[in-house]
Write a protein that binds this ligand. Structure first.
Ligand SMILES: Nc1ncnc2c1ncn2[C@@H]1O[C@H](COP(=O)(O)OP(=O)(O)OP(=O)(O)O)[C@@H](O)[C@H]1O
Ligand SMILES: [Mg+2]
Length: 244
């Protein structure tokens, strides 16, 4: 059994009279990717932000490698995690500087930064975009930059909140393939949020289903959905029209 990297226990989050989250226990082990899925408004982003220590729950605890997060250690823990959101949130500068920015904040030396940024741009297939201004990129290119930026931080935990849901289907598919390979190669513990069940088999076999703020089901894809995971969808076939 792999060690637990992150664990949330007894999480309650209420706004007004509404209970938005009520989670007994949610944990992420070393090297695993969990797909956190559920319909709009289920509480996925709220849970992700609580786990990423960006939002404080009303009750409950988040432990990072066995140490409960508190006001004194949260910043240090956050620096060991990276988050990618649905909207790329890129700075109005070059692609290179967008990926380098977080490394500078962490006090890494210039030559090291250059090496790491170029490595991750290459791994994401966007080295040729290094000098381009981020605000002029397409949606797919911008999300590649966001991923490069997150991986360049070499985080111990990676959070991805519906990173591809604004992209067209072929772009999404290529990114899912590429991300799947990166997650396998790096083995970084990852929470991938999506409302699209079809995305899950590209990345992982571990599924947690959130519904009305509660963990409704967790297990392997087959345990949860009572069917084998499949990557091919009829949409894949339709998009072959571009290959003619
Ligand atoms: N700060 C807040 N104040 C009031 N309500 C909130 C707040 N944050 C979240 N909510 C509500 O909590 C519920 C869960 O929101 P959340 O964004 O976590 O859902 P989600 O599963 O990520 O949905 P989506 O798929 O649309 O991104 C929603 O009904 C939302 O309106
Ligand atoms: Mg959300």
């Amino acid at each position: 059994m792999n060690g637990v990297v992150l664990e949330a226990r007894g999480i309650q989050f209420t706004r007004g009279r509404r209970e938005i989250l009520n989670i007994e226990r949610f944990s992420l082990a070393e090297g695993e990717t969990i797909a956190l899925i559920g319909p709009n408004g289920a509480g996925k982003s709220t849970l992700l932000q609580i786990m990423a220590l960006l939002l404080k729950p009303d009750r409950g605890v988040v432990e990072f490698r066995g140490t409960p997060a508190n006001r004194a250690n949260a910043l240090a823990f956050r620096r060991r995690m990276a988050v990618v959101f649905q909207e790329p949130l890129l700075l109005n500068t070059t692609v290179f500087h967008n990926v380098a920015a977080g490394l500078k904040l962490r006090g890494i030396s210039g030559p090291q930064i250059k090496k790491r940024v170029n490595y991750w741009l290459e791994r994401l297939g966007i080295l040729d975009l290094a000098g381009r201004r981020a605000h002029h990129l397409s949606g797919g290119e911008a999300q590649r930059v966001s991923l490069a930026r997150a991986f360049a931080l070499e985080p111990e935990v990676l959070f991805l909140d519906e990173p591809f849901s604004a992209l067209d289907f072929p772009t999404r598919l290529t990114l899912l393939h590429d991300l799947g390979r990166l997650l396998q190669d790096t083995g970084v513990a990852t929470v991938f949020v999506t409302h699209d069940f079809a995305e899950v088999p590209y990345l992982t076999d571990r599924v947690a289903v959130l519904k009305d703020g509660r963990l409704f089901k967790t297990g392997t894809f087959e345990e949860v959905f009572k069917m084998k995971p499949r990557k091919e969808t009829y949409l894949t076939s339709l998009y072959r029209v571009f290959e003619d």
